[in-house]
Design a protein around this ligand. Structure first.
Ligand code: GRF
Length: 186
């Protein structure tokens, strides 16, 4: 299965996917990493993993429609079948949603529908929620509102932010590759 990963930051989830492919645990081909942040660390990771990358600056385009048309062209030229969002900090618009209907997924660090949007871990802690966790979901036009595919949660038990973050990332790095494999097997 040919995939593209969209990321805006560190890219540890990209790394987990690349590692799972290299280990033979995920049958997929990383065609492209796309970022809207030309300095994002994910670009270093892509280079090291030998994966092609593409950076763009959204403000250099007239509209979301125009940069998504450009991205769609690149993805289609590479034969990309699924778009995997991994810390991509932008909403996907109609152009990509229509081109990749039910073929765009995201990972979010909360037990959705609780705490969508930015800083979900901060929101979880501020609310003194009993459970923290991770959700993999299909992407629709909303913010973290698409159909849920997989979730994993754990009790917060009064731990500090760093510990909770660490647990979230550990779960993400297992759950995302495993869930992608299940989707691609269908
Ligand atoms: C992850 O926690 C993911 O759930 C959220 O953004 C973070 C990205 O982390 N959407 P990384 O860039 O993959 O390390």
């Amino acid at each position: 299965t040919k995939i593209a990963v969209f990321a805006s930051g560190n890219g540890s989830n990209f790394q987990a996917i690349a590692d799972a492919i290299a280990a033979g645990n995920l049958e997929a081909e990383l065609m492209l990493v796309v970022t809207d942040k030309p300095k994002a660390f994910v670009l270093e990771r892509a280079k090291k993993a030998g994966v092609a990358s593409f950076s763009f600056i959204p403000s250099e385009y007239d509209s979301k429609q125009s940069y998504e048309e450009m991205l769609k062209g690149k993805l289609q030229a590479l034969g990309v079948e699924w778009v995997v969002l991994a810390g991509y900090m932008r909403l996907i618009g109609p152009v990509l949603l229509e081109a990749y209907e039910n073929r765009i997924v995201n990972i979010h660090p909360s037990v959705l529908p609780a705490f969508p949007g930015k800083d979900a871990i901060g929101q979880t802690l501020a609310a003194e929620a009993i459970n923290a966790g991770v959700t993999v979901h299909y992407v629709d036009a909303g913010m973290d509102t698409g159909h849920i595919i997989a979730q994993q949660s754990f009790p917060v038990l009064g731990r500090g932010r760093e510990k909770v973050e660490q647990q979230i990332h550990q779960i993400e790095h297992e759950l995302y590759p495993a869930t992608l494999q299940q989707l691609f097997d269908r």
